[in-house]
Design a protein around this ligand. Structure first.
Ligand SMILES: [Zn+2]
Ligand SMILES: [Zn+2]
Length: 363
């Protein structure tokens, strides 16, 4: 079968031939329809990240997926041929208490694998085989946006972490307060999906990036009633504003420290971007920053990956985005290209682009 193959730490990706996986009892065979491409895929194709399966020279790339069930093995009752499905990404270590409880996103040993990323083939291939416990069935009406479910699951977890930190305040009863203010740093797919999610949750949302308003992301923010600020020359562009919740989705370590200064009293900063560890060190006014964290009860938390629960939550919210804003969420997919054009999609994204999707089987 066709597959996009990588061999990290070697640079590059190629469209090659991979053995078609065989269906075992209790398994599901799925034809891949679409795969979204993100920074992780680009890092793997650049040789910066990723790991081939044991004993193998290459890895099938791709983790943001949508497929259709072709066939089920004996004993499978929850899925049938024709079902639309999205598969989760991480497979637990099988040893720690979180992995054993189907919460491998909180794995303690670090010995997990991830499809298309770390030690296990991904979904950028004609088909794949999977256990039912890692598949989520998608209703037909969400077909056009379901490829966003994997990145949305990451957002669901991050927002839940932030909301849990705000909930620790147990705000006293009284007249309804004004809507809480959230800041989102970065307007790629994760940032924009976080804007949808937080608007749905009743937040006043401001999103920053390094572009003007006239980009696909800027226009989408306006559609959902979120503010957009061009912070190309720094966070001063925000004026004096402070925020109860900040969701970071840019992966810039120096910005992370700047964002800390934008937290209001009792606020929470959730980091989802992954800064590169090999950049030169830089100076921060650590004393002042941590002093404010203490004096203002602030919280800083990292959030990575998502277990199946967050995929289910994401499906519910995708349907709600549709009800509230019509087809707007579909605009997060800024381009769809045939599988053969993988090389162009794996190079740097164009300005204001949110999500590029490779179409494996057009149907
Ligand atoms: Zn991704
Ligand atoms: Zn584990």
């Amino acid at each position: 079968m066709r597959a996009i193959l990588v061999a990290p730490p070697a640079k590059g990706a190629r469209l090659g031939d991979a053995p078609t996986p065989t269906l075992g009892p209790g398994q599901v065979r799925v034809r891949t329809l679409e795969c979204g491409i993100c920074g992780t895929d680009r890092d793997i194709a650049s040789g910066l990240y990723g790991q081939t399966p044991p004993g193998r020279a290459d890895l099938v790339l791709g983790h943001e997926n949508l497929g259709r069930v072709l066939e089920t093995g004996s004993g499978v009752v929850d899925f049938a041929a024709g079902d639309l499905v999205v598969a989760t990404v991480r497979r637990g270590c099988g040893r720690c208490r979180f992995c054993r409880a189907n919460r491998s996103d909180f794995c303690e040993t670090g010995e997990f694998t991830e499809r298309g990323i770390r030690g296990r083939d991904g979904y950028l291939a004609d088909e794949y085989v999977e256990e039912p416990e890692y598949l989520v069935r998608v209703p037909k009406r969400l077909r056009s946006v379901a490829v966003l479910l994997e990145p949305l699951s990451v957002v669901e977890k991050a927002v839940e972490q932030g909301q849990a930190l705000l909930a620790r305040l147990k705000a006293p009863a009284g007249p309804a307060p004004p809507p809480p203010a959230a800041l989102i740093a970065g307007t790629g797919a994760i940032g924009i999906l976080a804007a949808f999610r937080l608007r749905l949750a009743g937040f006043e949302v401001t999103a920053i990036d390094r572009h003007g308003d006239d980009t696909p992301a800027g226009r989408l923010l306006a559609t959902i009633g979120a503010h957009h600020v061009n912070a190309a020359s720094g966070l001063d562009a925000l004026g004096p504003a402070k925020f109860e919740l900040i969701v970071e989705a840019s992966g810039s370590a120096s910005l992370d420290f700047d964002l800390l200064q934008r937290l209001g009293p009792n606020g929470a900063l959730v980091l989802t971007g992954i800064p590169s560890a090999d950049r030169p060190p830089f100076l921060v006014a650590g004393g002042g920053l941590l002093r404010d964290v203490v004096l203002e009860n602030q919280a800083l938390v990292g959030s990575v990956n998502a277990n199946r629960t967050y995929f289910a939550l994401g499906l519910r919210h995708l349907a709600q985005f549709r009800r509230r804003w019509g087809e707007a969420v579909g605009g997060v997919v800024t381009e769809r290209r045939p599988l053969e054009e993988f090389a162009a999609v794996l190079t740097a994204p164009t300005t204001g682009a949110m999500k590029s999707v490779l179409v494996v089987h057009p149907e």
